[in-house]
Design a protein around this ligand. Structure first.
Ligand SMILES: [Zn+2]
Length: 233
C-alpha cells in the first residue's frame, strides 16, 4: 500500500519515513512544502531521504501562502530566536495553521493516489506552541477528512501521527533503532553550511540526542551553547 508522508527533512519526519517504510512496510510518497521558509536547505535533505527510501518525492509550492501568512521568524525578516525551544520566544516561529494546511493538501493527494494513510511526525514537544500539532487536532482532522472525502477515499484512509505522545528524545531512540542516518537530516532554522547550534531547533536537536543517550554526529558552529540553555531552564 502507499502512504503519504509529510517529510520536512528534519529528524522527526525522517525517522517517521524510515518507520513507515521498514516497520509498516508501506510504499512512500513523500510530500514536502515550500511555504516561503527563509531557506530551502531542509528540502534538499528531504530529497536525500526520499531517494534512499525509493520514494516518490514532491515539493508542494505554497510560497505565495507563506507571504500571506507572514510575521513568523520562519518566513519573514523577523530574527530567528536563539535559546530553548520551549521558551515563549519560540512563538515567533509559528506559521499560523501551517500543519493543518499541509495535512489537508496531503489528504487530497492520498485520495488521488488511493493511499491508505497520511503520516505526520508531530510530537509532544510541539504541543505548547503549535495548536495544530496537538492530539485533539489530529482526532478532529480524521473526523473532517471522513466527511470531506466521502465516496472518494479508500474506506480505511486515516491520518496517523504515531509520535504525537512521544518526546523528541524518544524519536531519537526510535530512529537509532531503525538506523536513521542522522546526517541526512537538517534542523537548523538558519540554513548555514552546518547547524548553528544556537537556534531553537538546534538546541532541541542536541538536547534530544543527549537525553536519549545516542551519539550526536551533527557538526554545530557553537556546540556548547545548548548545554547553557538547558541549564537555565
Ligand atoms: Zn540552528
Amino acid at each position: 500500500m502507499t502512504a503519504i508522508v509529510l517529510l520536512s527533512g528534519g529528524m522527526d519526519s525522517t525517522t517517521l519515513a524510515y518507520r513507515v517504510h521498514r516497520e509498516y512496510d508501506e510504499d512512500i510518497h513523500a510530500l514536502s512544502f515550500d511555504y516561503g521558509q527563509r531557506h530551502r536547505k531542509e528540502l534538499e535533505y528531504a530529497d536525500i531521504t526520499a531517494e534512499k527510501l525509493d520514494a516518490r518525492h514532491d515539493v508542494v509550492d505554497l510560497s505565495d501562502l507563506g507571504r500571506l501568512l507572514g510575521g513568523s521568524a520562519l518566513t519573514d525578516t523577523v530574527d530567528v530566536p536563539e535559546g530553548h525551544y520551549s521558551d515563549d520566544t519560540m512563538r515567533a516561529t509559528v506559521v499560523p495553521n501551517r500543519n493543518a494546511i499541509m495535512l489537508n493538501v496531503a489528504i487530497g493527494v492520498a485520495v488521488a493516489r488511493k493511499a491508505d494513510a497520511v503520516y505526520c511526525a508531530v510530537h509532544a514537544g510541539d504541543h505548547p506552541i503549535y495548536p495544530d500539532c496537538r492530539p485533539e487536532f489530529i482526532d478532529k482532522l480524521n473526523d473532517l477528512q471522513v466527511v470531506a472525502t466521502d465516496g472518494f477515499r479508500l474506506s480505511d484512509l486515516t491520518v496517523e501521527a504515531p509520535f504525537v505522545f512521544r518526546t523528541k528524545a524518544e524519536i531519537v531512540e526510535i530512529g537509532d533503532m531503525l538506523g536513521v542516518p542522522w546526517l541526512d537530516t537538517w534542523s537548523c532554522y538558519q540554513g548555514g553550511d552546518i547547524h548553528c547550534g544556537r537556534c531553537g531547533t538546534c538546541v532541541e536537536r542536541a538536547e534530544a540526542f543527549a537525553i536519549a543517550e545516542v551519539a550526536d554526529p551533527t557538526p554545530y558552529e557553537d556546540p556548547a551553547f545548548w548545554t547553557e540553555q538547558v541549564a537555565q531552564t
